[in-house]
Design a protein around this ligand. Sequence first.
Ligand SMILES: [Zn+2]
Ligand SMILES: [Zn+2]
Length: 410
Amino acid sequence: MLQATVLRDDIDEIMPGVVADRRDFHEHPELAFQEVRTAGIVAERLRALGVADVRNGIAETGITGLIHGTKTGPGRTVLLRADMDALPILEENDVEYRSQTPGVMHACGHDAHTAMLLGVTRLLMDRRDEFAGTVKVLFQPAEESPPGGAKPMIDAGVLTDPKVDAAFGLHIDQDNPVGVVELRPGPMMAAADRFHLVIRGKGGHGAKPHDSIDPIVIGAQIVTALQTLVARAVDPTQEAVVTVGTFKAGEAFNVIPDTAELGGTVRTFNAKNRDFLEARIETLARGIATAMGAAVEFTYTRGYPATVNDPAMTELVREEAAKVVGADGVRHAPLMMGAEDFSYFLQEVPGAFWFVGSQNPERGLVWGHHHPRFDLDEAALAIGMESMVNVALRYLGGESTVESRQLAID
Ligand SMILES: [Zn+2]
Ligand SMILES: [Zn+2]
């Protein structure tokens, strides 16, 4: 209990600096793989703090650093991750720290994630005598831009040298008020894929449909048929989405065009439904088009996989977060149809991802992620840092060895 009190005092002390960092990043947002200024500040700060083996330029702008504990123990390595990128959105907030780059905005809270992990690094550097093993801090580019920054960082070897045993990350959460932490074991966020269809018919005069093969009518049949997949072919106790977001065809009201193009997104939580929908969308589209005399070009692009929390690591986070916000403050997260590339880390090592409520209706901080008026209650930064420090110390503390097991995605 004494330790927790001291940690909270330290957080109170560094909070003005962490808030200043967050506002500085907010004022200077950078898009995916262009986080040069942000990464420069992060690397400089890590080196100034005495973090070991600071490596930058990983997957363009990614950074890692090591904090070695001095306690004797099993010597495991835990990875803590923050994402650094902003979004192509014109900020509508009238605050003194508003974006100085027109059309680019930290509208998801990654400015807060970066500032928090810098704060966590500082707190853990001061607590090296409290843990055995190593904390690897990781700042990644391009979470908002699939295929994203996590995968190329993993491909570049960030989970080795030293080998990472577990990975943790968090996200600011404008769907919940400050003081609420949410997560769930198993799948929590969806896999997000996209598909594209080109229907090749035969154009002609609008008054002579019998001389043409109308790709608009065929496309309409396909759109309708695709909506039966989730309703009629996916297990109703499981969640999935198929949305057609684009349907482009034709230039003139009295002309049947040659082609129609459809684009859409598919969200699933397990490999079975993901494989099934990928195959069935193609089968349906080809079958309908062929039956009606047209040809189809089909492209399916897999985005981020589902974010799957390890049950034991989820429990660890739940217990440590409860020390920060109380047991009532930690809630079971609903399934989320959004995607997150922290999922790639969780495919490789056990770990967990959690949400830190940041909404404050009394102060008008109610706008959601990716909204031009998105802003957060910075009190959430203290909760995020304290929960993350607790999780790292607990994982490396030695005494509470939680059996970890990676949940198979069936
Ligand atoms: Zn986002
Ligand atoms: Zn985000």
